[in-house]
Design a protein. Structure first.
Ligand code: FAD
Length: 381
């Protein structure tokens, strides 16, 4: 067992960390304030190979292992939680759907520009009436000759209003339950009937547009089907399983930002003639915050390790995401507490970290649903 990063992994951390400190941290408050998609940062990340970290170089990616990819997402999210979602949804969800389930021609046409960062990707699974309960989705794809006609809508789709490629899940056999779901590559620019209805106003995660989409007789050629008809549900579960490792990474990044800020503040703020960090209660808060971060990171890398080895990692990625997301919110909460009144204002980023952290407990499997998954795995259900 080796807990040290390899030289390559350390190099990735250093490179992304430097980029984040120089380019992301200085504009993070502005992104939070304007809620605008940070296209300039996405272009810079494309140059650095950060828009296709885990994909092979032959498909335009950086060819990094999953540990390095998670490290990259952790660092990016340390700078901006919204940017963390932009990259994670683009890579772990949209990109991975194409990498795992696309044929060679689909990979070449759609994955390569995503991995190179020329295109942005989104993953459209959730609907107004179908969040945790995916099989109750109503979006339908009917076959007509050599095309599919998609009708329906999706809700809360990260990058949904800016994406060039969207992987859309729809029922091809409405009577077959989860076995009747299929997935398609949709190209919003070229495909008539792709409508962005709205982008949400959110508590946090600013800069990553969360879109409501409508498909109105959206026609796609049959070669946009990913895999076979009926495989969409299993594809979604497998994709989310890998995605959860990167939501653990996003959680960790935000927790670290909250911790670093609080530790610095504890050394500077004086009350009763001494830095507040000298009060035992503050010291203990910092000790607990760091301990939780260290533990969450181990769970994340354990899940990544199993994924790389090709072992079953459903329980591991669920535990990593569940724990990291909850400690992220707890650490951010303590970050505000250590800042006292200043923490509740926009004078310090502590409140942004708290708002950004909360999302981790909701998307890509709520904490309640993940506890069901972990419990089922433990009980062999
Ligand atoms: C900012 C943001 C970005 C998102 N990005 C995407 C995206 O890119 N693509 C995408 O497809 N989706 C995305 N989502 C959707 C997200 O995955 C869903 O919101 C999430 O899966 C929960 O579904 P829901 O909101 O319908 O809640 P519900 O499923 O209605 O859950 C409501 C509550 O009931 C609980 N609950 C539900 N079922 C159970 C159960 N079986 N046992 C115990 N408790 C249960 C939940 O845990 C929760 O507390 C995003 C959401 C947000 C907020």
């Amino acid at each position: 067992m080796d807990f040290a990063l390899s030289a390559e992994q350390q190099q990735i951390r250093d490179m992304v960390s430097e980029f984040v400190d120089e380019e992301v941290v200085p504009v993070a408050d502005e992104i939070d304030h304007t809620d605008e998609f940070p296209q300039a940062l996405v272009d810079e990340m494309a140059e650095l190979g950060l828009m296709g970290m885990p994909f092979p170089e032959e498909y335009g990616g950086a060819g990094l292992d999953y540990h390095s990819y998670a490290i990259g997402i952790e660092e990016i999210s340390r700078g901006s939680g919204g940017l963390g979602t932009v990259v994670a949804a683009h890579t772990s969800l949209a990109g991975n759907m194409l990498y795992e389930f696309g044929d060679e021609s689909q990979k070449e046409s759609y994955l390569t520009p995503l991995a190179a960062g020329e295109d942005v990707g989104a993953f459209a699974l959730s609907e107004a009436g179908a969040g945790s309960d995916v099989p109750s989705m109503e979006t339908a794809a009917e076959r007509e000759g050599d095309e599919y006609v998609i009708n329906g809508g999706k809700l809360w789709i990260s990058n949904g209003s800016v994406a060039d490629t969207v992987t859309v899940f729809a029922k091809t056999d409405p009577d077959a339950g989860n076995k009747g779901i299929s997935s398609f590559v949709v190209r919003p620019e070229a495909d008539d009937g792709f409508i962005v209805e709205n982008t949400e106003e959110k508590l946090g995660d600013k800069g990553c547009p969360t879109a409501e989409l409508r498909f109105d007789d959206l026609r796609v050629p049959e070669d946009r089907l990913l895999g076979e008809e009926g495989e969409g549900f299993v594809q979604a579960l497998k994709t989310l399983n890998g995605g959860r490792i990167t939501i653990a990474a996003r959680s960790l990044g935000i927790a670290r930002a909250a911790f670093d800020e609080a530790r610095e503040y504890a050394g500077e703020r004086e009350q009763f003639g001494q830095p507040i960090g000298e009060f035992q209660s503050i010291k203990h808060k910092l000790a607990d915050m760091d301990t939780k971060i260290q533990a969450a990171r181990m769970l994340m890398h354990k899940a990544a390790d199993k994924k790389i080895r090709g072992e079953d990692y459903i329980k591991d990625s669920s535990q990593a995401k569940l724990y990291a997301s909850e400690i992220s919110r707890e650490v951010a909460n303590e970050g505000i507490q250590i800042h006292g009144g200043y923490g509740y204002t926009k004078d310090f980023p502590a409140e942004r970290f708290y708002r950004d952290a909360k999302l981790n407990e909701i998307y890509e499997g709520t904490s309640e649903v993940l506890r069901n998954t972990i419990g089922d795995q433990l009980l062999d259900n």
